[in-house]
Design a protein around this ligand. Structure first.
Ligand code: ADP
Ligand code: MG
Ligand code: MG
Length: 901
């Protein structure tokens, strides 16, 4: 049987997105519930994939189905495609399964040629309108189907306006358009070597093919990659009878959001243009009016639109982004979809919808895209530092951005790759600029409104954006912009405040964001549901303080080496490393001890009885010393004293001595601790002295000492004994009872995971160090991989994702699961968790939940994200396979520690 590849809007519904694409399914759904949608039909995504399989060929069968559907449409409309007496005009619109705003192509007004345009003119008694439609068709068709650069068309339009003294497109008369059309015909011949097709059937076929092919255009590919949309989905194609917003002053077109997509406020939000068609609003050709003005311009239409919008919102239980067109005082809806929104808006809307009874708390939690929360915890500007306001545009996407001005997307990418922060300034952005928007800190445009391409894309990406800043004249070709008499050139520093729309000269300091009431409420709901605990990676008391504010339930990783890098400590550390005798080394260590101790006291106080996991020194010692080239240079400097020279020579000798061919696999972590026990000795002493002092002050402490890089159980056995020994020395028998502590290891060497059953004998906890575990499992050094081949790998789909960002479940995940299971089979109360960047990634967090780990640990600012992702994992997967009573687990382990001590 031949599969059905074409569905009329009457045959589809909102649940058919995979087959009909989002746009097609929603058009069908709107028609189904009785909203005014111009009739049409949808060619399925399956037909698109089939087209690619056939080597880009429309099968006879598909072609037959299309023309049968077209005939039914003709009957319904009482018009005929290509008939000058009653011409049917259609749009051919792309429609992917997952919304990709503006990424693929749409063509309007198909069915016009030299004859039908005259028919349309006399039928409507409006030649200006008819020829306007025709020139729009030629421009879109030329660009989309024949790949003629739209600048050629725009240039002619611009020239015509100049000659006629017309300020706006609407000021051009029928004669003007006729002249332009004949110029456009020349462009077709010159630039594509073929005339504009007068055969309307050919127009339709070519248009459908162009939409299919647009699935593979570069900007759509980039968009899919950023948003993890599979290439294998394909796009549907919608063919819809035209309605005209460009018929005169009783017509228009616009976009509305049922709530404010920037702030989330429950207010109708949108823009429109009178006497305009299709993309005029989103393309930023003219800056549109806000939707409130429609209330006075067309009060009845406003009412109808408002009712329809609210109905759609209740129907879909989500904020909608709706396209509408008014043709001769009659309202039509042309698209509805879930509106893209900022993180702030997304939270506010979800929380409000719970209060409005539209959503349950769980549904509301699933509405939050955890990675967008990063944006919420973005920064604002330090108001007191603002003294040179350049201009104010529309506040299109909140957050503040500081960077150097660039005027094209390629430069934005180049400069960013060179480590610079840039602000991309464009007259307006098009989907071709997407790579530039992606790499810029923020985006500035001089044209286009709150629903322009730049605004929509920036909000989706969480980039600060100021739009429609008409005071600024952006001359991208000349790489400059002017505001009045002031000129700013490429490379100058500016600051954008996307929340207020301000463009400020210079680099303004930024301040950290606060948690909003909605975020706090949502986090409370998440905490009620989730079972996975969330810890923080924090290396100092300040970070620990932020971590608590963000809701950390403990510290999962405190990297002690960071404590030695401050200017006052580094020289002492270096003296320790350079020591000739054990005596000298001990002396230096005695100086470091009180410094470490005060760090730990600060951490314990901030955490106030919550677990604090402290990792003993991990990096190789040479990281604390200057490099050879630097030392050589210093040696060659003029006027160096004899004494200093010999110091430097000694340093050089030590650095040479410590040199390793492959430091990542060399003397570091527990290997260092076993060869130089006095370093770990000092660190352990500092931990317990700090603990003891805090306990004496009356606070509870819960130190968990973590031995890095263990690969063989004996390594952990030796160092655990050291910890227990020092603990007893510092605390005394009595103190041991008041200071329960744990000793555990980071599982980051594959051998440790494989021999977890043996290692667990000496461990109270396993913390999976997923950064190193990923490096060592793949055999990649992260810096080299990310700098060289990893992007190729993900581009070519050798790997589905960067395994340093999203945990590789099949490989690394298997090791984690194996080790956690083996460990627990010996010690049911073993505490398990991950530290490493994966702790702040939603997919990896879901994996940890499913695997039954006790916690994830991530950087302080990602904690809210992790709390929500952990709740989502619970909602989606239920409780983890072998849920253990973690509370009693905690207690059992304490008992274990005392026993060993
Ligand atoms: P995109 O996915 O880029 O939004 P659309 O297919 O939605 O592309 O169409 C682009 C513009 O053309 C939109 O403003 C839409 O409302 C308008 N449009 C599409 N089809 C029609 C039609 N049949 N009649 C009038 N306007 C249309
Ligand atoms: Mg659209
Ligand atoms: Mg490590």
């Amino acid at each position: 049987m031949i599969p059905k590849q074409v569905f009329s809007f009457r045959e589809g519904n909102g649940r058919m997105k995979p087959l009909l694409g989002g746009k097609g399914a929603n058009l069908a759904e709107m028609a189904r519930i009785g909203l005014p949608v111009p009739p049409g039909f949808t060619i399925t995504t399956e037909a698109c994939l089939h087209y690619f399989e056939q080597g880009n060929f429309i099968s006879d069968d598909l072609s037959r189905q299309i023309f049968e559907a077209l005939q039914r449409l003709e009957k319904e409309k009482g018009q005929r495609y290509g008939d000058p007496a009653r011409p049917l005009l259609v749009s051919v619109r792309s429609g992917s399964v997952t919304s990709m705003p503006g990424m693929m192509d749409t063509i309007l007004n198909l069915g016009l040629n030299d004859e039908t345009v005259e028919g349309l003119a006399s039928l409507t008694n409006n030649p200006r309108f008819a020829y306007d439609c025709y020139r729009r068709l030629m421009q879109m068709f030329g660009n989309v189907v024949l790949d003629i650069d739209s600048r050629h068309f725009e240039h002619l339009l611009h020239q015509l306006k100049k000659e006629l003294g017309a300020k706006h497109d609407q000021d051009i008369t029928a004669d003007g358009w006729i002249r332009l059309i004949s110029d456009y015909k020349q462009v077709f011949i010159l630039k594509s070597g073929r005339p504009f097709p007068q055969d309307v059937t050919e127009q339709l076929k070519l248009a459908v093919e162009a939409v299919f092919k647009s699935w593979h255009n570069p900007r759509a590919k980039v968009y899919r990659k950023i948003n993890n949309i599979p290439d294998s989905q394909g796009t549907a194609v919608n063919i819809q009878s035209m309605v005209f917003g460009n018929m005169g002053d009783d017509s228009g077109t616009g976009v509305v959001f049922t709530r404010n997509p920037s702030t989330g406020e429950n207010t109708f939000f949108g823009e429109y243009l009178i006497n305009a068609q299709g993309e005029d609003v989103v393309a930023g050709v003219r800056t549109p009016l806000t939707i409130d003005a429609l209330k006075t311009d067309m009060p009845e239409i406003y009412d109808q639109l408002f009712q329809a919008a609210k109905r759609l919102e209740r129907h879909y239980k989500d904020m909608q982004d709706i396209e509408f067109t008014v043709e001769a005082n009659k309202l039509y809806l042309l698209q509805t979809r879930s509106g893209k929104r900022t993180a702030q808006a997304s939270l506010k809307i979800a929380v409000q919808m719970v209060y409005e009874g539209l959503l349950s708390k769980r549904e509301a939690l699933l509405r939050i895209e955890p990675s967008h929360l990063d944006q919420l915890l973005h920064r604002g500007i330090e108001e007191s530092a603002v003294n040179d306001l350049l201009a104010t545009g529309l506040p299109a996407s909140p957050g503040a951005a500081v960077g150097q001005l660039v005027f094209d997307a390629d430069t934005a990418v180049q400069w960013t790759n060179a480590g610079k922060a840039v602000i991309l300034a464009r007259p307006e952005t098009t989907p071709e600029d997407i790579h530039g928007v992606l790499s810029a800190e923020g985006v500035l445009t001089s044209r286009g409104g709150m629903t322009s391409h730049a605004a929509v894309v920036a909000r989706g990406m969480g980039k600060p954006c100021v739009c429609g800043c008409e005071e600024i004249l952006i001359q991208a070709e000349e790489k400059m912009m002017t505001i009045g008499s002031r000129v700013l050139e490429e490379g100058e520093w500016i600051t954008l405040d996307g929340a207020s729309g301000r463009v400020i000269s210079g680099s303004i300091p930024l301040r950290e964001a606060e948690m909003t009431a909605e975020l706090l409420e949502m986090l409370e709901w998440a905490d009620e549901i989730r079972t996975l605990r969330v810890y923080a990676n924090a290396d100092n008391p300040q970070d620990a303080k932020i971590a608590r504010k963000m809701g950390a339930q403990g510290i999962g990783l405190c990297r002690t080496e960071h404590m030695f890098f401050s200017p006052s400590r580094l020289p002492v550390m270096q003296r320790m490393i350079l020591a000739d005798t054990a005596e000298e080394r001990r002396e230096a260590l005695q100086k470091l001890l009180p410094m470490q101790q005060s760090d730990f006291e600060g951490m314990f106080r901030e955490m106030d009885g919550l677990p604090v996991t402290i990792r003993l020194l991990d990096p190789p010692l040479h990281e604390f010393l200057p490099n050879i080239a630097e030392l050589q240079q210093r040696l060659n400097e003029q006027g160096i004293m004899e004494e200093e020279q010999s110091e430097i020579r000694k340093l050089i000798r030590t650095v040479r001595c410590l040199h390793e061919t492959n430091p990542m696999l060399g003397q570091r972590g527990c290997r260092l601790g076993i060869v130089y026990p006095e370093i770990y000795d000092m660190q352990i002493e500092a931990i317990f002295k700090a603990a003891s002092r805090c306990i004496n002050e009356g606070s509870a402490v819960m130190p968990e000492i973590m031995i890095p890089l263990v690969g063989h159980e004996n390594e952990l056995k030796i160092l655990r004994n050291l910890v227990d020994f020092v603990a007893e020395q510092v605390l005394g028998k009595e103190g041991m009872r008041t200071c329960p502590y744990k000793v555990g290891t980071m599982i980051e060497v594959p051998r440790a995971a494989l021999t977890a059953k043996q290692i667990v004998a000496h461990a109270d906890f396993f913390s999976f160090g997923t950064n190193d575990l990923t490096q060592l499992t793949f055999g990649y050094s992260r810096d080299d991989a990310e700098g060289k081949f990893l992007t190729h790998y993900t581009d070519l789909k050798v790997l589905p994702q960067n395994p340093f960002q999203v945990l590789d479940e099949d490989g690394v995940g298997q090791l984690i699961e194996l080790a956690a299971t083996a460990g627990r089979s010996v010690k049911p109360a073993l505490k398990t968790g991950i530290c490493g960047e994966h702790g702040g990634d939603k997919q990896s967090i879901a994996f940890c939940h499913r695997t039954g780990l006790d916690y994830v640990s991530c950087s302080p600012y990602r904690i809210p994200l992790a709390r929500i992702a952990a709740a989502q994992a619970f909602i989606e997967h239920g409780s983890a396979g072998d849920k253990r009573q973690t509370e009693s687990g905690e207690k059992a382990l304490v008992g274990f520690a005392i026993e060993r001590g």
